[in-house]
Design a protein around this ligand. Structure first.
Ligand SMILES: Nc1ncnc2c1ncn2[C@@H]1O[C@H](COP(=O)(O)OP(=O)(O)OP(=O)(O)O)[C@@H](O)[C@H]1O
Ligand SMILES: [Mg+2]
Length: 160
């Protein structure tokens, strides 16, 4: 699915965070946003996933104009500051986020096993997230982002 941005702008109060951005990311491509702290990378990602509405311009993923609730099933998102539940285990976090995507119980358990293997957290699946290191939390966030096998993946600060 292509991602198309046309004349996208976004302000917070009187601060212009995104100023007329145009680009297309073709299906299958990997695109990196590079820029200084505060330059608007996270804001642009939040606009693309539909967590924020644009002030001007339009964003389309495939044929779908964003924001669009149904598109969330096709989007994986790893936030900059992870949105994990500290009081739950890695496994329970995956079960919680997986339930949002309405995967069947069998598929969900199978995917949880697969993604935990991929991010090398199988041995820590029962551990509470509050006892995770920073890198372990980031790996769990990645596991959650790919749990439902989305077509489009957004990773905010993946190199952390
Ligand atoms: N919800 C918000 N309310 C007000 N201002 C905001 C909000 N979100 C972002 N901003 C402002 O928009 C600008 C861009 O922030 P953003 O988080 O997109 O930058 P960034 O490029 O991701 O930075 P970093 O590399 O530090 O993560 C900043 O000046 C920030 O203060
Ligand atoms: Mg950011």
């Amino acid at each position: 699915m292509d991602i198309q941005l046309n004349g996208v702008s976004k302000s917070f109060g009187d601060q212009l965070a995104i100023d007329h951005v145009d680009f297309t990311i073709n299906s299958g491509d990997i695109c990196c946003l590079l820029g200084p702290s505060g330059s608007g990378k996270t804001t642009l990602i939040r606009l693309m996933i539909g967590a924020l509405a644009t002030d001007n311009g339009s964003i389309q993923i495939g044929e779908t104009v964003m924001p669009n609730m149904h598109m969330l099933h096709n989007i994986g998102f790893m936030p900059q500051n992870d949105g994990l539940y500290d009081d739950l285990s890695a496994e329970a976090n995956l079960e919680f986020f997986g339930s949002i995507y309405k995967l069947s119980k069998t598929t969900l358990q199978q995917r949880i096993t697969e993604v935990l293997t991929l991010v090398d957290l199988t041995a820590d699946r029962k551990k509470l997230v509050r006892n995770f290191s920073g890198g372990m939390k980031k790996r769990l966030s990645l596991a959650i982002a790919i749990l439902h096998q989305p077509d489009v993946l957004f990773l905010d600060e993946p190199t952390v």
